[in-house]
Design a binder for this molecule. Structure first.
Ligand code: UDP
Length: 316
């Protein structure tokens, strides 16, 4: 069996590559390092089942030979990163995603598309089930990410209904774990780095907004559970329903790092959702999946990983 992982040098993509190889399959990574890390590729320089194509998925690239599974995980995914590169984010979620889908069609491969809880926008239904259509500001700054992911779902839904492509969609909620980039800008990586380097934790807004954080290993298991259900479109929410406020997260990070943290407040980014929590009934019933790693355990593993890795000079 042979899989293609776009964005395989990124945070979630690199964990998917590990999982593909652990299954005994071969893997082809397509990545342009726009947000991924070279070390996620060089790690496998001696692995004969690992191939790497350095390319922007929107540009010219092709994969030789048979492919069984395509995992499309190429995109900036942290709010500061997609806000920095709005046009590239729209392009990778539309043109790039379409090229990946066309490749999967040509190969007769199953495609798993990384969608997002951002398709629910500022949710007016809580927790969010897959049936909820969402509340996205189509012209706000976050729309470059949210709407390109919604477009991807629409296009892949059309291919699916036309019988052209075997595709499954995962809607991924906030994910954290080892290999989160130090400069990524997400709340978990910011807080852990700030705590470990003795800086105040940067709380946006009041800190009373909620998120539900899923450990990356649990997410990867869920992605493969859907990949293995040939013919199943979903979409399926993958996330941990353990919901906490940003302030509570700051407190837990302080406790687990053993640091007495101070907080530094700044403005809430535009359209930052007030609350977010997945309804995972569908994943439980359809895939027999649910998260196994609770927040404290997952954060401890993440903190250990950050302590063991070198802090980049430009980390927050
Ligand atoms: N956040 C924060 N401080 C940070 C980074 C993020 O308070 O240093 C907040 C952010 O405003 C949001 C939540 O934490 O309400 C989660 O943000 P993140 O960027 O991790 O992911 P999002 O859920 O917004 O995609």
């Amino acid at each position: 069996m042979r899989a293609v992982v776009t964005g395989g040098a990124g945070f979630i993509g690199s964990h998917l590559v590990d999982a593909v190889l652990d299954r005994g399959w071969s893997v082809v990574v397509v990545d342009d390092f726009s947000s991924g890390l070279t070390e996620n590729v060089t790690r496998y320089s001696d692995e004969p089942r690992f191939e790497f194509i350095e390319a922007d998925i929107c540009g010219d690239w092709s994969v030789e030979g048979p492919v069984d599974l395509v995992l499309n995980f190429a995109s900036p995914a942290s709010p500061p990163k997609f806000l920095e590169r709005p046009l590239e984010t729209l392009e990778v979620g539309s043109t790039g995603m379409k090229k990946v889908a066309e490749m999967a069609i040509a190969k007769g491969a199953r495609l798993i598309q990384a969608s997002t809880s951002e398709v629910y926008g500022e949710p007016q239904v809580h927790p969010q089930p897959e049936e909820y259509w969402g509340n996205v500001n189509p012209i706000g700054p976050r729309s470059v990410y949210d709407e390109s992911k919604r477009y991807a779902e629409a296009l892949l839904g059309a291919y699916h209904r036309m019988g052209l492509l075997d595709v499954g969609i995962v809607r991924i909620f906030n994910t954290y774990g080892p290999r989160l980039h130090a400069t990524d800008g997400r709340v978990v990586s910011n807080f852990v780095h700030q705590a470990l380097s003795g800086k105040p934790l940067s709380v946006y807004g009041t800190g009373k907004q909620t998120r539900s954080f899923c450990y990356v290993g649990d997410l990867v298991r869920g992605i493969f559970a859907l990949a293995d259900r040939r013919g199943e479109f979903g979409p399926v929410n993958l996330g941990n329903p353990q919901e906490i406020t940003v302030l509570e997260l700051a407190q837990v990070v302080g406790e687990l790092t053993g640091v007495s943290v101070s907080l530094e407040y700044s403005d809430l980014p535009t359209d930052d959702p007030t609350q977010r929590k997945p309804d995972i009934t569908r994943a439980q019933e359809l895939l027999g999946w649910q998260p196994e790693v609770n927040l404290r355990e997952g954060l401890l593993r993440t903190i250990e990983w950050f302590q063991a890795s070198v802090l980049p000079a430009d980390a927050v």
